[in-house]
Design a protein around this ligand. Structure first.
Ligand SMILES: Nc1nc2c(c(=O)[nH]1)N[C@H]1C(S)=C(S)[C@@H](COP(=O)(O)O)O[C@H]1N2
Ligand SMILES: [Mo]
Length: 397
């Protein structure tokens, strides 16, 4: 067991967030990144103003939306694929987020349709068998700013994503200890953040079968240390292969349901068209929807230089089978080199040397289930599930 896990999780001091914190960081407004949107202003300030974070793209201060610059993902083929905790993106829906957590008083409740409701201290959670998994956390709306026509919501570039090594316990082990009652259909998750007024709590649910899957864990560790407060300290749900709307942060309430969750965040929000590629004609409104779920394969550029192009790839809900590049608009494809495989749900590094000259390089991932990427973009009103092929203009000597 890693040394930090034998120690009790450290008590966290309060975070200072918002305008004051931003004002105290004089450089933040001067450093701009351009997310390169074809419509609208893609320029955003870089900020160091959030505790435990540095060099983040400021999308919104309250509730925090911090994007990771693509350069933070860059590295040699053999480099670690894990996104450092201090560069990991941040997304909260409600401004009332936990700014400190009393780790001695904290309890994880497991209740609802169970035989023995549990109220567990962090020590009791940590006493369960420990598991570890590399998995990509990606916002459903990652790349929303690239949608055309534009859609409302956070105008993310490609950096509402990150890969970490998560340490924790199987959700199944917690459910077994509580004893799931017959007739249970779903399991619902909620955390320490609170909505304003009468707004619904942020709660998300998985089917009982998914909740019992091997890879679904309640994590207390991220890249070998405790979770940053902004990424869900002290516990968060990890649902490998699925979009992070289900990865409930500051998780303190697990409720086994005997009827499907009809709450706002399952029934109204985070739904995608029940169509191929979750795509509809721009402007369409009346179409059947389903809750968003599994992720799709993607490849991103992190750098182009005299040595060629390189980047990161993910398989979605399956491993990366191959990454290919094209300089003729997709008529011919060539295999990119792949880096180390840290697990099917993690990032995989890729690199390619392209011939000399000025050209547009396209790159695509195919996963082990055979799903791949296409050039034509999708559209849906939520701005979800973008995975069209990324391109980059390069001039090679
Ligand atoms: N408690 C809580 N968990 C949450 C959310 C939230 O608003 N509250 N947002 C979800 C969404 S939509 C995303 S994209 C991820 C972001 O995870 P991160 O901030 O660790 O990157 O958290 C998820 N878990
Ligand atoms: Mo999200």
């Amino acid at each position: 067991m890693a040394e930090w896990l034998r120690q009790p999780i450290a008590r966290r001091s309060a975070l200072t967030l918002g305008a004051g914190a931003l004002a105290s960081s004089p450089l933040w407004a001067q450093l701009l990144v351009d997310l390169g949107f074809s419509q609208g202003d893609g320029r955003r300030p870089l900020t160091d103003a959030f505790p435990g974070k540095r060099g983040m793209i400021l999308q919104r201060a309250r509730a925090p939306l911090l994007e990771t610059p693509m350069a933070a993902f860059d590295g040699e083929l053999g480099a670690s694929t894990f996104t450092p905790n201090d560069r990991f993106f941040v997304r909260w829906h409600y401004a009332d987020i936990p700014l400190s957590v009393d780790v001695d008083a904290f309890r994880l409740q497991v209740g609802g349709a169970v035989n023995r409701p549990l109220s567990l201290s962090l020590k009791q959670v940590q006493a369960l068998p420990q598991v570890e998994i590399a998995a990509v956390n990606q916002c459903s709306g990652n790349s929303r700013g690239l949608f055309g026509p534009r859609v409302p919501g956070a105008q993310w570039g490609n950096g509402a994503i990150g890969n970490a090594l998560w340490t924790g316990v199987r959700l199944r082990d917690l459910l077994e200890r509580a004893g799931v009652a017959p007739g249970a259909v779903q399991v619902q998750f909620a955390g320490l953040d609170r909505p304003p007024g009468d707004a619904p709590w942020f709660a998300k649910s998985l089917t009982i079968d998914h909740a019992r899957a091997d890879e679904v864990i309640v994590a207390y560790g991220m890249n070998g240390t405790q979770l940053p407060l902004l990424n869900g300290f002290p516990l968060r749900l990890i649902v490998p292969g699925w979009f992070s709307t289900y990865w409930v942060k500051a998780l303190d309430r697990i409720t086994v349901l005997s009827a499907p969750d009809t709450g706002y965040w399952m029934d109204k929000a985070y739904r995608i068209p029940a169509t191929p590629r979750a795509s509809v004609v721009p402007g369409a409104k009346d179409f059947p929807t389903v809750p968003i779920g599994r992720m799709l394969p993607r490849a991103f550029f992190t750098r182009a230089d005299a040595g060629g192009v390189r980047g990161i790839a993910l398989g979605g809900d399956a491993g990366v089978a191959k990454v290919e590049w094209s300089i003729d608009g997709g008529k011919s494809w060539h295999a990119a080199q792949l880096g180390h495989d840290a697990g099917r749900y993690g990032f995989r590094r890729w690199a390619a040397s392209v011939p000399p000259g000025a050209q547009t390089v396209a790159v695509r991932t195919t996963n082990t289930s055979g799903a791949t990427q296409r050039f034509d973009p999708i559209w849906n009103p939520g701005g979800y599930m973008r995975n069209s092929i990324e391109t980059m203009k390069v001039t090679q000597a």
